[in-house]
Design a protein around this ligand. Sequence first.
Ligand SMILES: C[S@@+](CC[C@H](N)C(=O)[O-])C[C@H]1O[C@@H](n2cnc3c(N)ncnc32)[C@H](O)[C@@H]1O
Length: 306
Amino acid sequence: MATMILHSSLLSLTSAAKITSLSIAVVRSDSSPSRPSSPVAVPYQSLTPSLLCSCGRRHLIQACATALLPISPSHATPLLSDSTAMLNRVHPPRPDWYEELYAAVLDKGMEAYEAEIAGYKSQLFSNLRGKAKKVLEIGIGTGPNLKYYANGTDIEVFGIDPNMKMEKYAKAAAVASGLPPTNFKFIHAVGEALPLSDAAVDAVVGTLVLCSVKDVDTALKEVKRVLKPGGLYLFVEHVAARDGTVLRFLQNVLDPLQQTVSDGCHLTRETGKHIFEAGFSGVNISSTSLRNAFVASPHVYGIACK
Ligand SMILES: C[S@@+](CC[C@H](N)C(=O)[O-])C[C@H]1O[C@@H](n2cnc3c(N)ncnc32)[C@H](O)[C@@H]1O
């Protein structure tokens, strides 16, 4: 995702929130973010603006950002079979200070965003109640979702993340959600090679993570592999704004910098399209625009069934 490192610094300078509210035109959007609609299927092309950028400024920013900061903008990588090899391949260790800072900013910097998305998440995660005993969360980060689904003693949660500095926050969030410590396991891994056997879990949760994985399709293939037949994949993801909008222009310009300061997060991914095309037996997807996500305001959220 869009951690708020970039959002709360750069974007406040550009008053992107105002621009966003003028330029977002998602097809099935909720006019009131506090009252989420039921996830509904939408025609896919409505969520698929072009990724191409004709703007030279993008390349200038990319060059500057890459020279100054430790994370370079990424390109998809081929699949490796072993999960540790894949971890090292797609998410090689960052400097300690970078991982610590990123985790701390995520922990403290997402409050306004989480408050705005709370209604959507409550509704979405209610679909797991009584149905999911084993849940995997990919890119769990500091664990902001655990309180929505991990409040039972009979639920077992695996949280995977390549950033080990997230572990202490995620564990604290698990305890705060009422989950017995033995029922939460933090696993150092990436979504592209999940260290779980086939059909291992009842549900997979992923929020603001497909923007950050290196290979979206491989991660979705893994999600499907570890889900039991009939298992649910719950997602909330920020996505590219509609092509031709001012917001999309801003996303194109800021994308390389965003990848660099926010640990590989892309602003211009058409994640809804990837989820639709991943081969789930059913996908319910809605879109909305979240004010507190600034330049990452266009979101998709919903449920896919294996
Ligand atoms: C913006 S954060 C979102 C964290 C959390 N899901 C949330 O909603 O706040 C993105 C997370 O994805 C993790 N991540 C980055 N690359 C990943 C990958 N290839 N597989 C799984 N997680 C990854 C990051 O370490 C980070 O914790």
